[in-house]
Design a binder for this molecule. Structure first.
Ligand code: PLP
Length: 384
């Protein structure tokens, strides 16, 4: 079978079709499906972009590893925000969104017949990128009993001599689960013993709703001693999903290998976007972040209260803008979400869209206008 043919089918196509049909019928659909912020990029960042885009200096091919100014700002930001020291020249690499970095990572180390540990449930790209590189994704379970965190014993059992990479993602899409420094150290130990690279997809590290600070892999594990990498993204952090900018930080060998793959595949991020990122991660970071995150805690409360009133069990999480809740007993996730659309004009995501481990669960995204959140809450409350 070709690598392309090994890619799994797109699991949301049935929902997408039903959603389009409901909208075509003029039904008042509220979409809490996609994790794409409803609000615009902060105006201050748009102004920086307008200024930068007018400067012809930014119109040519960008610097391959990312603008030196941005990489130094990232280094200072990592030190201030996470207490992590990283060398801007060898340990930081600018990405065209974290998805790009995830997509390219298996190409750095996976040969035909190698395998990669990926979370079930999880963002589908880890497994898909592994398949496209010719590798075999090996799913490790994230169980509710373990707070949807990886169990290092599972990694030890699944890994073998052909394991090259393990992907983790905390804070986690879809559950919102966070790791802690002790767990990061245990996972890094497992990876070191198994001689594979540990990557944390930290796309939601800054999306916390209660002022708490989710644990970063790099803050817990010395990347100069272990082959670890963490990806940070400005997408969800600054309502910039369409702009495409993120960065990888970590072990110089791993960063260097990823840079080599990227040199063959892309030409970096449009320089004005990098200038915007530099501004956003600079002295104004705290204020800008607070402004973007402000609506989510209240939205989460509204939805969680409505789910509780409707008798749904909700997984307690304080990070990401997702709510993860249990499907009523006796119903599959797909059937329940189809019914939410048919009976309540609500688009929500079946847990199985993130792997078989998501059976029995559904995800609500809080990235919809406050009025839509209120409407959805009312429908959920009255439904059961
Ligand atoms: C867990 C996770 N990682 C990565 C991404 C991709 O983010 P980016 O916009 O930085 O490519 C997403 C997007 O939904 C995600 O949910």
């Amino acid at each position: 079978m070709s690598r392309l043919d090994r890619l799994p089918p797109y699991l949301f196509s049935a929902i997408d079709r039903a959603k389009a049909a409901a909208r075509a019928e003029g039904r008042p659909v509220v979409d809490l499906g996609v994790g794409d912020p409803d609000r615009p990029t902060p105006p201050e960042l748009v102004e920086v972009m307008a200024r930068e885009v007018a400067d012809p200096a930014g119109h040519s091919y960008p610097a391959q590893r990312g603008d030196r100014g941005l990489r130094s700002t990232v280094a200072q930001w990592l030190e201030r925000r996470y207490g992590v020291q990283a060398d801007p020249d060898s340990e930081i690499l600018v990405l065209i969104g974290s998805k790009e970095g995830l997509g390219h990572l298996p190409l750095t180390c996976v040969q035909e017949g190698d395998n990669v540990l990926v979370p079930d449930t999880g963002y589908p790209v880890y497994g898909q990128a592994t398949l496209l590189a010719g590798g075999e994704p090996r799913e490790y379970s994230l169980r509710v009993a373990n707070g949807f965190r990886p169990d290092p014993a599972d990694w030890n059992r699944l890994a073998d001599k052909r394991t090259r990479l393990a992907f983790a993602n905390h804070p986690h899409n879809p559950t919102g689960a966070t790791a802690d420094p002790g767990l990061w150290r245990e996972l890094a130990d497992a990876a070191r013993e198994g001689d594979y690279v540990l990557v944390n997809d930290g796309a939601y590290l800054e999306v916390s709703l209660d002022g708490s600070r989710p644990a970063s892999l790099l803050a817990a594990v010395d990347h100069r001693e272990s082959r670890v990498l963490e990806l940070h993204s400005l997408s969800k952090l600054f309502n910039m999903t369409g702009w495409r900018i993120a960065f990888a930080v970590g072990n110089a060998d791993v960063v260097g290998d990823l840079a080599r793959v990227k040199e063959s595949m892309d030409s970096g991020v449009f320089t004005p976007i990098q200038k915007v990122a530099q501004h956003a991660l600079g002295q104004r970071f705290e204020e800008l972040r607070a402004e973007v995150m402000a609506p989510y805690a209240a939205r989460r409360r509204v939805i969680v209260d409505a789910l509780a009133a409707g008798g749904f069990e909700v997984f307690a999480a304080t990070a990401t803008f997702y709510v993860w809740a249990r499907v009523p007993a006796g119903e599959t996730a797909a059937a329940f979400c189809a019914r939410a659309l048919a009976e309540q004009d609500l688009v929500i995501t079946p847990g199985t869209g993130f792997g078989p481990g998501g059976e029995g669960w559904f995800r609500i995204s809080l990235t919809a206008a406050d009025t839509d959140i209120e409407t959805a809450a009312q429908r959920l409350r009255e439904w059961r």
